[in-house]
Design a protein around this ligand. Structure first.
Ligand code: 5GP
Length: 178
């Protein structure tokens, strides 16, 4: 177990870089099997997915393309409160085999919202890939097709995931030390 300080908190090793690489290779192989003869479009959700996207991409042999989007949250002026917005979603995904690439699914709200927004652009299919999933934190069902690891609902950093902007560059995944 190795501890690391990110910003002002202490985190401890949770999933090693070696384990992550093995699992990402398996996910790449599963995508190759599922998309034989097709050209999927991987859409990464910034910023958290960048490391997973880069590794996953290098483990996919089938010809594929990538793009990135960003989800912003802000306080709306209506009583609905938190409103989200997708930035960078192109119209040219019509008829494409889309795989959304995320860092983590927590409540599932972002995933459900993204799937709805991407559906509006009429892709041929939508699947979801995430390196981490917190099943106990899910507030609504999310069909996640490629999951790296299911984890308990504790806060994690590393492998693209941040704490207050820091920690994304850590090769291993760390859990907040209680
Ligand atoms: P959801 O909409 O599923 O609740 O949240 C998804 C987003 O919340 C992720 O893309 C990520 O930015 C953030 N998030 C949720 N859990 C964690 C966590 O344990 N660590 C970090 N760094 N971000 C998290």
């Amino acid at each position: 177990m190795t501890d690391v300080t990110v910003h002002d908190k202490i985190f401890t090793t949770f999933i090693s870089a070696e384990k992550i690489q093995t699992r990402v290779a398996e996910l790449g192989a599963a995508i190759d099997r599922d998309y034989l003869g097709k050209n999927p479009l991987l859409i990464g959700v910034l910023n958290g997915s960048v490391i997973f996207m880069a590794d996953l991409l290098r483990n996919i042999k089938t010809p594929c393309e990538i793009g990135f989007i960003r989800v912003s949250s802000y306080q709306g002026t209506t009583s609905s409160g938190k409103v989200k917005n997708v930035i960078g979603l192109d119209d040219n995904i019509e008829g494409r085999e889309v795989i959304i690439v995320e860092d983590i699914i927590d409540t599932g709200d972002t995933a459900v919202y993204l799937i709805e927004e991407i559906k509006k652009k009429n892709p041929a299919s939508i699947r979801f890939a995430t390196i981490l999933l917190k099943p106990e934190a899910l507030r609504q069902p999310v069909k996640c097709d490629y999951v790296g690891f299911e984890i308990p609902p504790a806060f994690v950093v590393g492998y693209g995931l941040d704490y207050d902007g820091f920690g994304r560059n850590l090769a291993d995944i760390y859990q907040l030390k209680s």
